[in-house]
Design a protein around this ligand. Structure first.
Ligand code: HEC
Ligand code: HEC
Length: 255
């Protein structure tokens, strides 16, 4: 259930984010994204060799890769992706896992970032959850899903707000500010929550994620990531869009 205050947050955050990604409300209708260029960079990199193919690490269908700590990019949010690529390019966010994304993002033009984000949000909403059994066998600590579900739904009284109050039901995303975290890759979720908690990732608007993560224990992080990595991509019948295309639908798509 969403409260009025959530709308206010999404509304005003949206304006800030749009400005952030170089898409102001006024020019919204004029922004174009070229999916063919996005697909071409995603699959082959840039022809001058300055940028590698994204799919090498993020997977052919942009579903992420636990072995590399690379996130799912498919359907997590158009504006959110443009923002992250901009943040990497400006060193406001550091790739703390492979030390690759800052250099890669610097090689992308503003238009390339929009084209890639549009392409990544054009995939059918597929499911490819992390293989927790295999990760466990390899020695990765896995949490308890039912405890993670409680945290995502209700938070911890006076300590942690419910994740879904911002990220939507089962973490399906609340475009344009709050990325989809449901069915994100397990290793990536654990890494990001740890980085928000120790402040090494600090590109969150108004410090929202750092405030949430500072009170999480290691167990909370493992539990939340266990639940979220497998969470059903449900609309709960409440009429909310779950494709995270709120802004993308207003962008003129060129093929
Ligand atoms: C060499 C492997 C590699 C390649 C190639 C690569 N990435 Fe990444 N990418 C990563 C890793 C690892 C992370 C996670 C960084 C972290 O944990 O801080 C990441 C993170 C991201 C994020 C942040 C997503 C989020 O949920 O916040 C975006 C967006 C992204 N990459 C886009 C791209 C695009 C677009 C390309 C191609 C132009 C690309 N990546 C190529 C490894 C790669
Ligand atoms: C007050 C709102 C709010 C709450 C509550 C919240 N988040 Fe977030 N979260 C955000 C925002 C905003 C971002 C995007 C930050 C950015 O723009 O880089 C984010 C990003 C994230 C990311 C990074 C996603 C990615 O693709 O890199 C993860 C993981 C995450 N949140 C997990 C959680 C979990 C788990 C909880 C509950 C314990 C939670 N969040 C609660 C606002 C919130």
């Amino acid at each position: 259930m969403r409260k009025l205050s959530d709308f206010a947050m999404v509304c005003c955050g949206a304006v800030a984010m749009l400005a952030f990604s170089g898409v102001s409300i006024a020019e919204e209708g004029a922004v174009t994204a070229n999916i063919t260029n996005g697909k071409s960079i995603f699959e082959n990199g840039k022809s001058d060799g300055s940028v590698p193919a994204c799919q090498t690490c993020h997977g052919e269908k942009a579903m992420g890769n636990d072995g590399m700590g690379a996130p799912r990019l498919a359907n997590i949010g158009y504006v959110y992706i443009v923002k992250q690529l901009t943040n990497f390019a400006e060193d406001k966010r550091k790739d703390l896992t492979m030390d690759q994304m800052n250099g890669i993002a610097k090689g992308l033009s503003v238009q390339d970032r929009r084209d890639l984000a549009a392409y990544e949000n054009s995939f059918p909403r597929d499911s490819e959850p992390s293989d927790l059994g295999a990760l466990k066998t390899d020695g990765t600590v896995i949490g308890e899903s039912y405890k993670g579900q409680i945290l995502v739904r209700y938070g911890v009284v006076n300590k942690v707000p419910a994740c879904q109050s911002c990220h939507g039901f089962n973490g399906r995303g609340a475009d344009p500010v709050y990325p989809k975290i449901g069915q994100q890759k397990y290793v990536y979720l654990v890494n990001q929550l740890t980085h928000w908690r120790d402040g090494s990732r600090a590109n969150d608007p108004m410090g929202q994620m750092r405030a949430v993560a500072k009170n999480l224990t290691d167990e909370d992080i493992h539990n939340a990531a266990t639940f979220l990595s497998q969470a059903a991509d449900s609309s709960e019948g409440d009429g909310y869009q779950i494709n995270n295309k709120m802004v993308l639908e207003k962008v003129k798509i060129v093929k």
